[in-house]
Design a protein around this ligand. Sequence first.
Ligand code: ADP
Ligand code: MG
Length: 299
Amino acid sequence: MSKLLELPSYKEQAPQVAARFKRIYKRPIKLEVKNLTKVFTTAKGDVRALNDVSFNVHRREFISVIGPSGCGKSTLIRILAGLETLTSGQLLLNGSPVSGPGADRGMVFQNYTLFPWLTVKKNVMFGPQLAGQSEKQAEGNALEWIELVGLRKFTDAYPSQLSGGMKQRVAIARALANQPEVLFMDEPFGALDAQTRASMQSYLLQIWQNVDVTILFVTHDLDEAIYLSDRILVLKTNPGEIAEFIEVSVERSRSPEQFLSPEFLATKKRLEELIHPPSNESTEKLPLVRMTPVGDDVM
Ligand code: ADP
Ligand code: MG
């Protein structure tokens, strides 16, 4: 068997990384989640989707939430966004309890949720106008956000004329136009091809650097979580609980070359251990029989 790379501990931090976390923790706490529990009552009985989840998010942090399918990632951010009720626990924004949705929190979903009958500009203007901005004001703001996501040429296009990546850029502009303090994103790049996804990750980092917004980003892609985040909240399943809250030891600013750096790989290895623990199931041999005569062996 070939030798595996020797990696540093994922907890080891270069001085500049440790210094950055010190600065982050000095920032005000934006979001405080205290003993959050969610039980869904269904015909088949109760489903405990989240159990006693507590964590803090500091202003302008970029947090990813990862974990196996069904561990409660969407439930968690839907509750934080006010789209779902909690069973017990408390949620504080800037130190004050919140319940229900509010303009202080925005959301971007995986499925394109633009209004197909509105142009890019009108889609972005929609929220601010609803909140009481005049048409002129909303239009001026919309143009700035559209510029920020690099879609000026498509201002008057309809969603059907845009690629998947462009639609998600509009969705980001539309969410940010309401000037939320926290932006929740639920697998926003999950439906995109690998290349588009990679450029969307870079766009998102650039946007985040230029806007005063705190981001909670759900993904099941480990590389994506590491590349984007300050910290990664790892959930385990049944019931959804925190397995670990990991500080990403990869320096900022991030670039795709870092995907192969020792810090990146060490973090990825830790995430793999947490999310895909070794089990007999995954090594089970399938009872395959050869369906056609095969001359040469491939292994
Ligand atoms: P994830 O996003 O991590 O894949 P979800 O948050 O969607 O997980 O779901 C977590 C658990 O809660 C799952 O067991 C799921 O079946 C259950 N669940 C989610 N939404 C509902 C609902 N509206 N009613 C009943 N059970 C639900
Ligand atoms: Mg989900």
